[in-house]
Write a protein that binds this ligand. Structure first.
Ligand code: MIC
Ligand code: SF4
Length: 639
């Protein structure tokens, strides 16, 4: 067996490990962050369970740490109290970005993890099988339910040779994005192998598995070997290690190879993580901002490298360099080592250990500004500035840009690659985690006035007449459907309020128009709903009357979220029928419920036009949709 099969077979509750079949898995650990967590815990609370049923569940606060009003701070209090009551570890603001902290303090080789955040596969760097999921799926797992998934194809990525020159882990994943695009990883698990693996540290592996999310992959995973052992030993968690490797004769559904020695520094150009070019091909692009951090590149390794590169140098006067170390551990070690001073002295601005600019929580670039970021997403507008140009690159490429003020091949300004030495022991101080206890279980849950319970959704209708409320193109991200940023994130626990922002960056009238229709449908292209796991991108349309989404294809997590909230996901039988449909038209779906029940094909009528649409729903998913969403179904079973 390969690594994925080994872990799945140990956790398989139903189904067969055959690509395309629905399987269900026992999940050992869950994680949530505050932007998805408030909703997830409201849903968990509604399930009426006394205590989480996982081996470990952690609730992080790292996204909404700007406290420009009472809302975010109220959310933090709610998360702290509900964690105490239900036996969840609470990691307050300041501890760091969920994925970085989870690697450091909680991940266990060979275990399963699901997280209410699309970058949960970061833990694959430790040899965990880790999936991003919607908050409701995470809540259900905390309540003891299995995690359902369509068994993906397993792809072996053979890393040949060793990185040379200024190429780093980020360039490996950018190369994969260049080769495969943001849709290339759908229904796939990427398993890394080959001699190149042994030259990559755990944080470097995690940079790669983190950004596998941008390929649309279900997850990505590395073997757990002596390098993993060393990392966990330095984290004072030796018992979290166990060796996991693929059997010599293991087989894969697909294979591909990357020659590490041939890689050069790469950069993803606006406005998509797969718009990848060689850095040296980009000439004379002036840079206004450089941001270093995020769950992709904020480890101690990344920060020490940055510090060595900036040592004794000053950044360009026209650049604002902001640096956010990924965790309290990283920041504290940088400070004690003195390496932080090199970064500060170069002219950088130090931000707290949190998601920050990655999710538009501050540091929006200037109008038409060029920002080089070590992050993982550069969708248009995500930075908070609609007309900004965001590029994604490694910390080395980002540091070079900060010093020179333009995009430049690192070899032009740096001579020798610094040799980074990680101390024999990380600084271990878990004092800021709130760990569950019998006393804490008596805590009273505190909900501020902005925290509103979810409305009840009606069960599915027998027939539907839906107005086309919007027609979108390909690769619509959940950032397009439901923007984040400082203005919107405070309403993650207030559906009525947040729904006013649905599609707001693309179509300012969407909200009013959706409200004026009784039932509506969204038409889209390929890879609809790529990007984040935020279930608000499904919940808000549902709240505004969207009953069906008809597209050429869906991204995995968003598809699961749509079903969870009772929206029917349909695809075109013939992709060219997409061209026949126009916003404002009415589509009639006669007997839709009965047809889905009987597995019959569906014909939609639009005036005198007819088009054939299809669906792939398991019996379980049909039941969720017919009940009007998973919460209704779970409540009915509990009653
Ligand atoms: C993101 O990177 O888009 C986020 C913010 O981390 C999201 C989760 C969210 O929207 O809260 C993700 O990736 O799932
Ligand atoms: Fe946070 Fe950005 Fe990572 Fe999402 S991608 S978890 S916003 S750092």
């Amino acid at each position: 067996m390969n690594i994925t099969q080994k872990i799945i077979s140990k956790h398989l509750l139903s189904g067969q490990m055959k690509a395309g079949e629905e399987i269900s898995l026992k999940i050992d650990q869950t994680l949530t962050q505050d932007a998805t967590g408030t909703m997830a815990y409201l849903q968990f609370e509604a399930m009426g369970v006394r205590k989480v049923k996982t081996k470990l569940s952690v609730s992080y606060v790292d996204h909404n740490t700007l406290q420009s009003g009472f809302e975010n701070a109220d959310d933090h209090k709610f998360l702290q109290t509900i964690a105490a009551k239900y036996g969840i570890v609470f990691s307050p603001a300041g501890n760091g970005i969920c994925h970085q902290v989870h690697l450091e303090r909680f991940g266990v080789c060979g275990q399963t993890l699901i997280g209410a955040d699309s970058h949960t596969p970061t833990a694959g760097g430790l040899g965990m099988l880790a999936f991003g999921a919607g908050g409701l799926d995470v809540a259900a797992v905390m309540a003891g339910q299995p995690f359902y998934l369509i068994m993906p194809n397993i792809v072996k990525v053979n890393l040949k040779g060793k990185l040379k020159g200024w190429a780093g882990a980020k360039d490996i994943i950018l190369e994969l994005l260049r080769l495969l695009t943001v849709k290339g990883g759908r229904n796939k698990i990427f398993e890394f192998a080959g001699e190149g693996v042994k030259f990559l540290t755990v944080p470097e592996r995690a940079t790669i598995t983190n950004m596998g999310a941008e390929l649309g992959a279900a997850t990505s995973i590395f073997p757990s070997d002596l390098i993993t052992k060393e990392f966990l030993k330095k984290q004072d968690r030796p018992s979290a290690w166990k060796e996991i490797s693929a059997d010599k004769d293991s087989s894969y559904d697909e294979e591909l190879e990357i020659d590490l020695s041939a890689l050069e520094p790469l950069i993803a150009c606006p406005h998509s993580p797969d718009n990848v070019k060689k850095v040296k091909e980009l000439k004379d692009i002036k840079v206004n901002q450089v941001c270093i951090g995020s769950c992709t590149n904020s480890s101690l390794n990344d920060m020490l490298l940055l510090s060595a590169l900036l040592k004794g140098r000053k950044i360009n006067k026209d650049v604002s360099l902001v640096v956010s170390p990924g965790s309290r551990q990283v920041l504290s070690m940088l400070a004690k080592d003195g390496a932080l001073a090199n970064i500060i002295d170069s002219g950088a601005r130090i931000l707290e250990s949190a998601c920050g600019p990655c999710i538009g929580m501050g540091q929006s670039p200037k109008s038409e500004g060029v920002s080089i970021r070590t992050f993982n997403r550069n969708f248009k507008g995500r930075s908070g500035t609609k007309d900004a140009f965001v590029y994604l690159a490694s910390p080395v490429t980002a540091a070079a840009a900060a010093l020179v003020g333009k995009i430049i091949d690192p070899s032009k300004i740096f001579t020798k690659k610094p040799n980074i030495k990680i101390p024999n022991k990380y600084i271990i101080d878990d004092a800021q985690f709130q760990k569950p206890s019998a006393k804490l279980a008596k805590t009273e849950i505190i909900k501020g006035p902005n925290i509103k319970s979810l409305p009840e959704f009606a069960p599915f209708a027998d027939a539907l007449k839906c107005s086309i409320v919007i027609k979108t193109g390909d690769n619509i991200s959940t950032d397009d459907i439901m923007p984040a940023g400082a203005k919107v994130l405070p309403y993650r626990s207030n559906l009525e309020k947040i729904s006013q922002f649905t599609f707001s960056a693309m179509d300012a009238d969407f909200y009013q128009r959706a409200k004026s229709f009784e039932d509506s449908i969204i038409i889209g292209g390929e890879n609809y709903g790529q990007g984040s796991s935020r279930e608000h991108a499904a919940l808000a349309p549902r709240f505004l009357g969207v009953k069906i989404i008809l597209v050429k294809s869906f991204a995995r997590i968003h598809l699961a979220n749509l079903i969870n909230f009772g929206i029917v996901p349909l695809t075109f039988e013939n992709a060219y029928d997409y061209d026949l449909l126009n916003a404002g038209e009415t589509m009639v779906f006669e007997d839709i419920k009965q047809r889905i029940k009987d597995n019959e094909s569906i014909i939609a009528k639009i005036g005198d036009k007819e088009i054939k649409v299809k669906y792939e729903l398991t019996q379980r998913q049909k039941e969720i949709i017919f009940a009007g969403g998973m919460l209704n179904l779970i409540k009915a079973t509990i009653k």
